[in-house]
Ligand binder design. Sequence first.
Ligand code: NDP
Ligand code: OXD
Length: 308
Amino acid sequence: MIKVQFAARPERWGTYQAPLDAALAEAGLQVDLRQDHPAAEVDYVIYAPNSDLQDFTPYTGCKAVLSLWAGVEKITGNTTLTQPLCRMVDPGLTAGMVEWVTGHVLRYHLDIDRSLATQDRWEPVVPPLAQERPVTVLGLGALGAACATALAQLGFPVTGWSRSAKTLATITCAHGSDGLQHALQQAQILVLLLPDTPATENTLNAETLALMPRGARIINPGRGPLIDDTALLSALNTQQIAHATLDVFRQEPLPQEHPYWAHPQVTVTPHIAAETRPLTAAQMIAKNIQRSETGLPLLNQVNRDLGY
Ligand code: NDP
Ligand code: OXD
């Protein structure tokens, strides 16, 4: 019997227990899934960093920690966690992110705010076609690549940027610091889907914001530290950046006194761009345990040196 510990907020147990049991059984695994196994007996931990479990030292037999979250920046700093760590790649979460990003890109592209503001008068302004609106996506991982591909399917010329060189059929791919400069110079709309690591902090700062076309728009569902907030506020105030839609922040919930709340060129959403979906996430977790039990390498393992 494989012993799997579910370590997330207690209220998540009711949401995840049935999908996990079903997916693990469907994968042909004999699993005892609980919240209260003795630590030394646990084979796998399904984990959210806001759970009470912070000290992994007693989990001496644990073969892997399987994160329920895609972003692992709150876990990688835990020095007691020496087991292999896998981040969440979930088709349901990816679908949610594609919908959220596409919706916000189309809001900017079609200037939906203008239509709402002028709905009491006849002032025709025809939006350009998607093919005339270059979009850049920073980060071409599970989420960035899916969003970039969906935007390209709508007709946007999409440039994507990643750490390592990539080839994606419909995307102009760039990497490295020269690649970032090129990617930002194209970006009438910029989507941030990088992980929060020491190398990505302040990817958008005074210097890089200045590279973007004047009046560009920014959409950040990645993580708050990707942006130097002071530099963004200043770029908004000079109209270098026309508008920003921000879903993630250095401090969450975003403090009530933060200037983003009241800024007329900022839309704040409360970290809802995409959520792990229990049914599909459970299947991914079951697949990974099955792989590990049959001697195959774990999928989506975090590189602890890179931090993602
Ligand atoms: P992945 O790990 O699959 O992809 C990360 C991408 O970022 C990769 O393309 C990677 O490059 C690139 N990257 C990493 N470091 C650098 C760097 N220094 N320079 C350039 N590119 C870099 O992550 P996901 O796509 O699954 O998720 C991305 C992020 O989205 C998560 O880390 C999380 O912060 C955020 N997120 C937000 C949610 C929300 O609701 N707001 C929900 C879920 C996730 P390479 O391909 O070369 O490795
Ligand atoms: C995640 C998130 O990382 O919800 O999964 O942001």
